[in-house]
Design a protein around this ligand. Structure first.
Ligand code: FEO
Length: 394
């Protein structure tokens, strides 16, 4: 990526990672970007870096605008290595003594990670830094996405540098929302569902705080994907909607299957849900990536999970999915379990216990079928679908 001027005197100097397909377990099937921002003012300032492998590209992009040695300040909004991995290389190039602004926890984390005695300048929530014509304001945003995370707000430009917040894993030549239209929203939704869902209560509080202080936002510049300039409040509104997790008349039937019996049950449940006007979909765990399933979980009112019993336990992909979903703490869900078995049949009970542990409203003891579902078992699956539909909002 070449440096792109995103506002007068402010450049995106980050990198496009076209080929990443697995981002710590999240399927980035279109790649991603690591955005970093250069502000040309009396004090030249770099906000965030990039993943280590892209540090030279970042420095090359900066060089199109200014000699990197002329950078006065570096701001690290977040310690995770997709934004700080290039920091050692950048500090070495621009001068190890340059002030490095970060949150207090950022100071702790960066020190532990890099074991370098850089010129750390830990900042308080709300503290300001003058660059000359511009003033930057630091906002603590713990757990969006790590304890150290913060946003940086350019007061005069009304630009919010939002680190992981409002990002999307999308690699493309487009830099702005108006170049993408609605096409960007599924990527933003998937990002929220897989990265931020568990922090929904904190995100809702953060949005309230931003409203209370009357922060005017002309542009939101995240560290991944496109920049929100046409309608920055659109993504803020979407975060409120996703964060509230109001259940829709929608269900996902997540399952794996050995010899198609559990699959037949999944499809019978989906048929019944569809007949009751529920937006429903079967999602086979070896055909769909867990991160795409979680995107559907986000606004579904019901999550129905099926597993065959394998070696007296759950099928491994089902265990993986349940562990992943548990960590993301989805709220306000109805749940139920189903599955086929040959001789022992523990899976349904185990899924039910997991769903209860996640505080789902489990509305049925679950359906166990030995070997292949017969007419009666298929009817039981239909009844389960109807029962779930009856519990979902109209
Ligand atoms: Fe994009 Fe939490 O790092």
């Amino acid at each position: 990526m070449k440096a792109v001027e995103i506002a007068k005197g402010i450049y995106d100097v980050g990198a496009i990672d076209w080929n990443i397909r697995d981002f710590h377990g999240y399927s980035t099937h279109l790649g991603t970007t690591y955005n970093a921002y250069l502000i040309m003012d009396e004090k030249i300032t770099l906000i965030d870096t990039v993943k280590k492998d892209f540090a030279d590209e970042l420095l090359e992009n900066i060089s199109q605008i200014v000699d990197p040695k002329k950078i006065d300040y570096v701001i690290s909004n977040h310690t995770e290595m997709d934004h700080s991995g290039g920091l050692a290389r950048v500090m070495h190039r621009i001068g190890e003594d340059k002030p490095l602004y970060c949150s207090k926890l950022g100071h702790k984390n960066l020190s532990k990670h890099f074991q370098q005695k850089w010129n750390y300048q830990p900042v308080e929530d709300g503290s300001q830094l003058s660059l000359g014509k511009r003033t930057l304001v630091f906002m603590e945003t713990r757990m969006v996405h790590w304890p150290d995370s913060m946003f940086t707000y350019a007061k005069e430009d009304k630009i919010l540098f939002s680190s992981d917040g409002f990002g999307q894993h999308y690699a493309g030549l487009e830099r702005f929302d108006d170049q993408m239209g609605e096409e960007i929203m599924p990527h933003a939704k998937k990002y929220f569902a897989n990265i931020l869902l568990l922090y929904s209560p904190l995100i809702l509080k953060l949005v309230e705080k931003v409203k209370e202080i009357g922060l005017e936002i002309r542009m939101i510049c995240p560290d991944h994907g496109i920049i929100w300039r046409k309608d920055p409040l659109k993504i803020v509104g979407a975060y409120v909607e996703w964060g509230q997790q109001k259940p829709k008349r929608k269900a996902v039937v997540v399952y794996d299957t050995m010899w198609h019996s559990t699959e037949m049950m999944a499809e019978a449940i989906v048929d019944a849900l569809g007949q009751q006007g529920v937006d429903a979909k079967p999602m086979h765990l070896r055909k769909w990536h867990r991160s795409d399933i979680i995107t559907e979980v986000l606004d579904s009112g019901a999550i129905i999970v099926g597993s065959p019993t394998l070696n007296n336990g759950l099928f491994p992909t089902v265990s993986d999915f349940l562990a992943y979903m548990k960590g993301l703490k989805p709220q306000n869900k109805i749940g139920a379990a189903f599955g086929s078995y040959g001789w022992s049949g523990e899976a349904v009970k185990m899924i039910t216990a997991e769903l209860e542990g996640m505080k789902f409203k489990v509305i049925d003891p679950g359906i166990k079928v030995q070997y292949v579902p017969d007419k009666e078992a298929t009817q039981a699956c239909h009844e389960l679908g109807k029962k779930i539909a009856g519990e979902l909002p109209a």
